[in-house]
Design a binder for this molecule. Structure first.
Ligand code: FPP
Length: 230
């Protein structure tokens, strides 16, 4: 590895519920197992030398899930951050959030801002968590910021638009992985993934291990990226 390594990997973590149901467990056990995989994947990406990782942890559509499941997801997030932030700080991993955190439950919101503050000096890797994120809402937010500033048509360029997205200053994802067998983008990083290589795997997120990540990286390394050129 090392050659043709993506600078930025984005992941749609899907299949927690099915993983749990297949074992006769409540769905929340699938999310719990999924959170453990988050830790392992971040560690493996850091070891491989990947500088930016973005995980889709909660979409703006996920509010439509049963209240108890939503509550559980945010309490898992808080638990995860409280436990992992000291380690991230130690390893030089900066936490960043994509999405509108204002609507998050208070405890989770506080854990997120604590985490961002404590890890802000991290230069080894940026770990983006997409929370209450939707790509269309992100583009609307960017458009509104132009209007608020009284921008003229010429001020709106690909660069200035990218500068108003949550991923400002970061390279676009080179590789987008979706686990759980579905083959769609689900309103995730639509602008930033214009040239991303897509990798779909039937493996359910709680089963996604280091070897699966390595397989995705090998698949990526073998692809020829032309960015529309010959
Ligand atoms: C999809 O599985 C996964 C999610 C909606 C959220 C992902 C959350 C985690 C991995 C756990 C908490 C996150 C962190 C960062 C600690 P699904 O429920 O849609 O699965 P299904 O398609 O099988 O029903």
């Amino acid at each position: 590895m090392g050659e043709n390594l993506p600078a930025h990997i984005a992941v749609i973590m899907d299949g927690n519920g099915r993983w749990a149901e297949a074992r006769g467990l409540p769905r929340r056990e699938g999310h719990r197992a999924g959170a453990e995989v988050v830790r392992r994947v971040i560690t493996e990406c850091r070891a491989a030398g990947i500088r930016h990782v973005t995980l889709y942890a909660f979409s703006s559509e996920n509010w439509g899930r049963p209240k108890a499941e939503v509550r559980h997801l945010f309490s898992l997030l808080k638990e995860f951050l409280d436990r992992e932030i000291p380690l991230m700080e130690q390893k030089g991993i900066a936490l960043n959030v994509l999405g509108d955190t204002a609507a998050l439950p208070l405890g989770a919101r506080a854990a997120v801002s604590r985490g961002i503050k404590r890890t802000s000096g991290g230069v080894e890797m940026t770990f983006n968590l997409a929370l209450n994120y939707g790509a269309r809402a992100e583009l609307v937010r960017a458009a509104r910021s132009f209007v608020r500033e009284g921008a003229s048509p010429g001020d709106v360029t690909e660069q200035s638009l990218a500068g108003r997205l949550y991923t400002v200053g970061q390279p676009d994802p080179d590789l987008l992985i979706r686990t759980g067998g579905e083959r769609r983008l689900s309103n995730f990083l639509l602008y930033q993934c214009a040239y991303a290589e897509l990798y779909f795997t039937p493996v359910l997120w709680p089963d996604f291990k280091e070897e699966h990540l390595r397989a995705a990286l090998e698949d990526y390394a073998a692809r020829s990226r032309r960015f529309g050129k010959i």
